[in-house]
Design a protein around this ligand. Structure first.
Ligand SMILES: Cc1cc2nc3c(=O)[nH]c(=O)nc-3n(C[C@H](O)[C@H](O)[C@H](O)COP(=O)(O)OP(=O)(O)OC[C@H]3O[C@@H](n4cnc5c(N)ncnc54)[C@H](O)[C@@H]3O)c2cc1C
Length: 429
């Protein structure tokens, strides 16, 4: 083996597939896929967080859809935001007319009259870009739930291109009820006909070559030409090393890391994800895949309806709903037991009128430690210290938690493709 790939999520598998022979993937879990896993509970299945396939990157989008072939089913987005007992079309600023009249006025007035200095944090950015009305009703409370920190502690590196600048005419049209669409790059998306989002990973894994599962990387020593990777009992040697595992875990495993770099790794903030599945029956097939909840009293920020994808995720007449909750150690939610979280979700959804508690047929809870990289204000400096050290040692960093960036599946596959090209050309990462 000449190239060792640490981690068998989407990025690691895609990289192995692009490289072809001469590499090996080391994955700590019994199955590959990382965040792109589909959980099965009885007759129900759901993903570890609502995943859909979309991209502005045509080459990668064609690659993802091509992997699924005839099983790539196309959908049109019909997501909603739950606001004062109403289902408002997503994104919020494209359906202002659906709000109570006072709220329409507040959103429009403050959008048109906003005048703030250039922002230095995400809270200020929301006021600067959208005005007080939209910022306070939706953007700030929703984002404070998903990022699990106050908006003024979030930086701006992740924002541009991810939360688009709404054209003035769209906001005006939306306020008087003329149909407009925002985030058009994800207006249409695909989802596998069967097997959940994991079907994408399985299609890549089928031609990814050597994959060693159950190998948890505990130590990394040596350097370019002779890397030694161990899980405590087994040892592997490689000429080159690519890491797709979370940066803090790489730093923990790597020998000879200076104390300042280890401290910087400790400052890299991430969020964990808890998915609470509640299957109800009888249910009419949902016309929406996802509903966003900015309400602070509800711990979940989004609920995905897997019956939206037809009978591949549930028997006819049954609806598996998955509430997504982000959590960090010490916040009480991270420590909460499954029973407490299920009760919170069932009570919350019943109170808001989405389900009847007596219709619940099955529940399940799935957790993922690394779900989101958090761009707090220390992000840039901490990341530079850690990534520079690892790259300086000759380790190529690739993927969401190794590059420590808000990368979606398409960006992970793009990064894997570019890394494979550079390695094939004899360059580092
Ligand atoms: C809620 C949610 C919704 C999302 N929705 C979408 C979407 O709709 N569309 C989209 O394009 N993207 C979406 N994404 C993003 C997508 O999930 C990621 O971009 C992608 O899965 C990241 O893949 P990765 O391989 O880089 O990381 P991971 O999936 O984290 O894979 C890393 C792998 O490394 C393994 N590993 C970790 N430590 C070790 C170790 N010490 N030794 C060996 N192996 C180790 C892990 O087990 C894992 O398999 C979503 C993400 C979340 C959290």
């Amino acid at each position: 083996m000449t190239i060792g790939i640490l981690g068998g999520g989407l990025t690691g598998l895609a990289l192995a597939r692009f490289l072809g022979a001469g590499c090996e993937v080391l994955e700590e879990e019994a199955a590959c896929g990382g965040l792109c896993r589909t959980v099965r509970k009885g007759p129900y299945s759901y993903d570890l967080g609502g995943h859909i396939i979309f991209s502005r990157d045509r080459e990668i989008l064609d690659c993802m859809n091509g992997l699924l072939g005839d099983d790539a089913v196309r959908y049109r987005r019909n997501n909603r935001i739950w606001f004062k007992g109403r289902l408002v079309k997503y994104p919020f600023e494209n359906d202002l007319a659906a709000l109570p009249k006072e709220d329409v006025f507040e959103c429009l007035y403050h959008f048109l009259t906003r005048n703030y200095p250039p922002p230095a944090n995400f809270r200020d950015w929301c006021y600067h870009r959208f005005g007080k009305g939209i910022a306070e009703r939706y953007l700030i409370p929703y984002n404070e739930k998903i990022w699990n920190i106050p908006a003024e502690r979030l930086g701006l590196e992740w924002v541009e291109g991810r939360i688009p600048d709404p054209p003035l005419e769209d906001v005006l049209k939306s306020a008087i009820g003329i149909e407009t669409e925002g985030y058009t790059h994800q207006l249409h998306f695909t989802y596998p006909r069967r097997g959940g989002i994991e079907a994408l990973v399985r299609a890549i894994e089928a031609r990814a070559g050597a994959v060693e599962k159950g190998f948890s990387v505990r130590s990394v020593a040596g350097g370019p030409g002779d890397w030694v990777v161990s899980d405590g009992t087994r040892e592997r040697r490689y000429e080159r090393l690519v890491s797709t595992i979370p940066l803090p875990r790489l730093v923990e495993a790597l020998d000879g890391v200076p104390a300042a770099v280890a401290r910087a790794a400790g400052r890299l903030r991430h969020n964990s994800l808890i998915c609470v599945m509640v299957a109800v029956a009888p249910a009419r097939r949902s016309e929406m895949f996802a509903v966003y909840f900015p309400q602070r009293e509800l711990r979940f920020h989004r609920v995905c309806f897997y019956d939206y994808f037809g009978d591949s995720c549930a028997p006819p007449g049954h609806a598996p709903l998955v509430a997504e909750i982000t959590a960090n150690p010490g916040d009480g939610t991270y420590e909460a037991g499954d029973g407490e979280l299920v009760a919170h979700v069932v009570e919350g959804l019943e109170r808001e009128g989405f389900i009847r508690g007596s219709d619940v047929r099955e529940t399940d809870v799935a957790r993922r430690e690394y779900a989101y990289v958090v761009n707090d204000l220390a992000y840039g400096e901490s990341l530079a210290a850690v990534a520079d050290h690892c790259r300086g040692r000759g380790i190529t960093l690739c993927g969401r938690f190794s590059e420590w960036r808000y990368l979606n599946m398409d960006a992970c596959i793009r990064s894997a493709l570019e890394t494979a090209r550079r390695l094939a050309g004899g360059e580092g990462g």
